[in-house]
Every structure is written in structure tokens, then in C-alpha cells.
Design a protein around this ligand. Structure first.
Ligand code: UFG
Length: 327
């Protein structure tokens, strides 16, 4: 039975990745410092270690248990915040990853599945964004993700560590069987904010700009279901084991949805009014981001199954409704 260590496995994406490895029969250990992840997201079938990637000695001890692969999702992830606290992002994302990679080398873990981001590309030069698109991050968060990708290329070249860089576009949705119920605290992403508004936790929300050159003036994004992302992690791991070749892939549904369309469909599905006021543009938001996932489809046979707008909203709404005791 292959053993996987999921670092950051108590978080929103990490818990879905853990679920997918468990469902496919792997033995999983979750390592998390629970700074943004929650105990609620840890499954009985997975071992749990409370630990921190900023403590290299403890990290190495844990990794010395022997794993066939490591999934690395532990990071700070607010692009806006990264522009005012670069030192925090350099520490956690860059230094933290170096700790993980060095521990992997020292303990003989042969494969690394890394949670990367569309933020490595910066403003699109063309759409859809494929893997050859220029990589010119416009925020420090994206810079850290790109540097980690480059670091892994060198560790592969020099030490033979095989890696998969999985670049998420806009992760959304929840496990459709309802097995993951943990909410993100202080969310900054669109769908959780829409859901908090639908649940009444927020009185209203803002639409950041309606004067973009898009069909209704609001930004277009490529929302991809977190369980579809999760399945790509498992397939990428299997690819590394079988082919012994590293890879980088863009993961999105290849469909663009505007902010306004997301809010309107959420009103219809939840039956809630979801008051949304127009406001100024948020600095750094490109008008449109849509992925090409042709490479993931070709190399990994990846097919998104849950990334349609209704499943994204419906699976998220069920979790918010449960958490807030709504019928
Ligand atoms: N938006 C609103 N109101 C809100 C929140 C968001 O109008 O209250 C809009 C944003 O302006 C944007 C869209 O909804 O147009 C999506 O915003 P998100 O913050 O959910 O997502 P982003 O596309 O800004 O960022 C996501 C990830 C980042 C990653 C980036 C890569 O959250 O981590 O994609 O492209 F860096």
C-alpha cells in the first residue's frame, strides 16, 4: 500500500486531496499546523500530525517515517496581503518549501506534488492560458509559487526528485457527498463570500468593478471544482511513479464565468436575495482568466466532473446551510 504525506491536509483544498487519496486506497498521513486548516477537516482514516513546515527538525522526523509521495499545500495564499507582507510570504512559502524539499531529499521521499497557482502567469497575454504562456507574476504570492516551481526543476535535475506542479485556477465547490464541512475563516474568494451573504452572515457583498471589457462588465474567472483538482493530484502522483518524469499542468474548467453570473445563479439556487453592491475595481484583478487544460487532459486523462456552475454553487451551499443551521 503506497503511503502519502499531505502537508496542509486540514485546509480547504488539502482536505479534498486527502479524501481523494483515501478513496483511491492510499494510506495517508496529514501534517498541518492548523493555522488556517481545521480539525473538522481531518478524517478518521488518515493519521494526523500537528506540525509546522517552519520547524525543519520536526519536519524531517515526520518525513523519516517513509512515504512514497508528499503533497505540499501548506502556504499563505492571499495575493493582496502578499504585497504588504512579502517577508511573511517569503518565510512561509519559500523557506517553508525549502525545508520540505530538503527533508524529502534527506529522507528519500521520491515525489512531490505541489500546489501551484494561475498567479504565476500574471496578466494574460492571450487566452486560454496554456503551460507555455509567459510567467510574469504580478503579486508576491505568485512570485513565490513560480520560484518554488523553479526550485523543484533544479532538485529534479540535480537530485532526481520528481515533481508535479499543479496550477489551480479558481478553486471552488465542496465534496459532493458532504464529507467535508469545514469553512474557511475570513474568506476572500468570491464563492465563499457569496455564500456568507446568502447565509445572512454578511448583510451584503461588493462586486469589484463592472466596467471591464467583458459581456456584463464584471471579471471572468475559470472556476474549477476542488474535487476535480483533488483527483488530478492522485493521477499526477501515479504519473510520477509510473513514468518517472516531472510535469507541470494548468487546471481549470476552461469555461469563463462572470462575477455577476455567479451571484445571479447563486440567488436562483439558494433562493436568497444576496445583496451585491457595485464598487470600485480591486487592484490587480485582470479582466479575464481562463485556463487551457489540454495538457492535463492529454497526459493525465483528466476530465473535470463537477466543475459546472450549478454543482459548484450547490455543493458549497449545502455546506454553508449545514454550518449555519439553515433549512
Ligand atoms: N470578487 C468580487 N467581490 C468579492 C470577492 C471577489 O467581486 O467580494 C471578484 C474579484 O474581483 C474577481 C473574482 O470575484 O474578479 C474572483 O475573485 P477571487 O478573489 O475569488 O479569486 P482571484 O481570481 O482573485 O484569485 C484566485 C485565487 C488566488 C490566485 C488567483 C490566480 O484566489 O489565490 O486566483 O489567478 F492567485
Amino acid at each position: 500500500m503506497l503511503k502519502i504525506l499531505v502537508i496542509g491536509g486540514a485546509g480547504y483544498i488539502g482536505s479534498h486531496v486527502t479524501r481523494e487519496f483515501l478513496d483511491r486506497g492510499y494510506t495517508v498521513t496529514v501534517l498541518d499546523n492548523l493555522s488556517s486548516g481545521t480539525r473538522q477537516n481531518i478524517f478518521g482514516e488518515a493519521a494526523f500530525v500537528h506540525g509546522d513546515i517552519m520547524q525543519p527538525l520536526h519536519l524531517r522526523e515526520i518525513m523519516a517515517e517513509g512515504y512514497d509521495g508528499c503533497v505540499h499545500l501548506a502556504a499563505l495564499k492571499a495575493a493582496g496581503e502578499s504585497m504588504v507582507r512579502p517577508e511573511a510570504y517569503a518565510g512561509m512559502n519559500l523557506a517553508g518549501t525549502i525545508n520540505i524539499l530538503n527533508a524529502a531529499l534527506a529522507t528519500g521521499i521520491p515525489t512531490m506534488i505541489f500546489s501551484s497557482s494561475a498567479a504565476i502567469f500574471g496578466s494574460p497575454r492571450y487566452l486560454p492560458i496554456d503551460e507555455d504562456h509567459p510567467k510574469e507574476p504580478e503579486n508576491f504570492y505568485g512570485f513565490t509559487k513560480l520560484e518554488i516551481e523553479r526550485l523543484m526543476e533544479w532538485y529534479d535535475r540535480l537530485k532526481g526528485l520528481k515533481y508535479a506542479s499543479i496550477r489551480y485556477f479558481n478553486a471552488a465547490g465542496y465534496d459532493i457527498q458532504g464529507r467535508i464541512q469545514g469553512l474557511e475563516t475570513n474568506p476572500e474568494n468570491l464563492l465563499p463570500i457569496v455564500m456568507e451573504t446568502a447565509s445572512g452572515v454578511r448583510k451584503g457583498m461588493k462586486v469589484f468593478g463592472n466596467d471591464y471589457p467583458t459581456r456584463d462588465g464584471t471579471c471572468i474567472r475559470d472556476y474549477v471544482h476542488v474535487s476535480d483538482l483533488a483527483s488530478a493530484h492522485v493521477t499526477a502522483f501515479e504519473y510520477l511513479v509510473e513514468k518517472k518524469k516531472s510535469l507541470s499542468v494548468n487546471l481549470g474548467s476552461e469555461t469563463g464565468i462572470t462575477v455577476q453570473e455567479m451571484i445571479q445563479r447563486a440567488r436562483e439556487i439558494t433562493g436568497q436575495p444576496i445583496p451585491a453592491a457595485m464598487s470600485d475595481r480591486r487592484p490587480g484583478d485582470p479582466a479575464e482568466l481562463v485556463a487551457s487544460s489540454k495538457k492535463a487532459r492529454g497526459l493525465l486523462g483528466w476530465i473535470p466532473r463537477y466543475s459546472d456552475i450549478d454543482t459548484l454553487i450547490d455543493s458549497t451551499w449545502k455546506v454553508y446551510r449545514n454550518n449555519f443551521g439553515l433549512t
